[in-house]
Design a protein around this ligand. Structure first.
Ligand code: C5P
Length: 375
């Protein structure tokens, strides 16, 4: 953060000092570190509390289950929790804890309460946890926390621009228990939503069922089916830009059963009838006066990537197509890297193999360049 020009002041909780020394944090922050040795009658310490208002953003990293519970319930028994109760600035928490603690109903309720009060969150991620177990509860990586901070403080080139992003798969029910889905992780779409928000856009993310946490600083609408995704997208118009990164199911099950299907005594497998789903990208591209100024689609192909993507560009009526190879050997689905070709009216750009976050950032800047140039 200091590299980005921020003036950083740290409060260490008592537990934090068991992990890092105040001197180390002070050296890195370049400012005196405040610790928990305080009493509210000490004038010097009350001065420290004004710290919590004399800033642009308060970041809690890591945010333990205990600290989140204290925040949710207004406890202020140390300097950090007191500062959080007294601040009038946005708060960003980066939860980090054992996966069972994260999954506990108490923590879920505390997080829901904090979010309803406007507290922003980044993470947690899935991965190795301090106790040697693996699960959802690992603190977001420093770069992700930095990105969330920049998003919250953004006054970027997309300020005032309304952006719609669809992400993840859709699930089409066969019966109340079973569905037809696909392998989309939502990583690329969520990264695009984050990158657009970081540049200052007012982002609405419509997400199918994914294992990712909601990104900070945007509206997230959760849907399951293609029809729900279309309904949510149309309900968001007007928008300045729409990026359809979701892997929408092409078909829905037209004979979906209200009850769980049973095995036939004769052993005969049931017939699943399919009907075409609405095409969200094509619908948004056709919207006449309500059409977003820029409509961007994706073409996930397993062969003849450019040929199929060019055809899609024509057929769907969108402005740009981001074409990528999702054949099993590419590692794109669920992976962190992507190599894409950007198809626009003026031709094809081949981008090198870069991370999905970098694809998102590059695309967001390109969107900013185009939208800034048109009224
Ligand atoms: O036709 P195909 O599914 O390959 O097209 C991919 C592009 O179209 C993606 O941008 C995807 O989000 C969008 N799409 C859509 N609604 C559908 C099918 C695809 O928005 N029903």
């Amino acid at each position: 953060m200091r590299d980005r020009g921020a003036d950083v002041r740290c409060i260490l909780t008592g537990n934090a000092t068991n992990f890092v020394t105040p001197l180390a944090v002070q050296t890195l922050a370049g400012n005196k570190v405040f610790e928990n040795t305080f009493s509210l009658t000490d004038e010097h310490e009350i001065g420290h509390i004004t710290l919590a208002r004399d800033c642009d953003l308060v970041v809690v990293a890591p945010a333990t289950a205990n600290l989140l519970a204290k925040m949710a319930h207004g406890l202020a028994d140390d300097l950090a929790s007191t500062a959080l109760l007294v601040t009038d600035k946005p708060i960003l928490v980066a939860p980090a804890m054992n996966f069972r603690m994260w999954g506990h109903a108490a923590t879920s309720a505390n997080m829901a309460l904090l979010k309803s009060r406007g507290v922003h969150a980044v993470g947690p991620n899935s991965g190795m946890l301090a106790e040697g177990e693996s699960g959802l509860g690992r603190m977001a990586e420093p770069a992700e926390i930095l990105a969330a901070i920049e998003t919250l403080l953004a006054a970027g080139p997309l300020k005032g621009v309304k952006a719609l992003v669809t992400s993840g798969p859709t699930y089409e029910p066969i019966d109340p228990v079973r569905f037809i889905g696909n392998r989309s992780s939502g990583k690329q779409g969520h990264a695009i939503a984050t990158a657009l928000a970081r540049l200052g856009a007012d982002v609405t993310l419509i997400s199918g069922p994914v294992k990712l946490a909601d990104p900070a600083n945007m509206r997230v609408i959760h849907v399951e089916t293609a029809r729900e995704m279309l309904g949510a997208a149309l309900g968001c118009l007007p928008m300045d830009v729409a990026v359809c990164a979701a892997a929408v199911a092409d078909w829905t099950v037209s004979n979906a059963s209200k009850e769980k299907r049973k095995k036939d005594a004769s052993g005969q497998a049931p017939l699943i009838e399919l009907a075409a789903n609405p095409d969200i990208l094509a619908t948004l591209s056709e919207k006449g006066s309500a059409r977003p100024r820029l409509v961007v689609g994706f073409a996930a192909e397993t062969e003849k990537v450019l040929e199929h993507a060019r055809a899609k560009h024509q057929r769907k009526g969108c402005d740009w197509i981001v074409a990528n190879d999702v054949s099993p050997q590419s590692g794109t689905f669920g992976g962190d890297f992507n190599s894409i070709h950007l198809i626009t009216a003026s031709g094809v750009e081949d981008w090198p193999r870069i991370t999905k976050a970098d694809v998102a950032e590059r695309l967001a800047w390109k969107i900013a360049d185009v939208l800034k140039g048109s009224p």
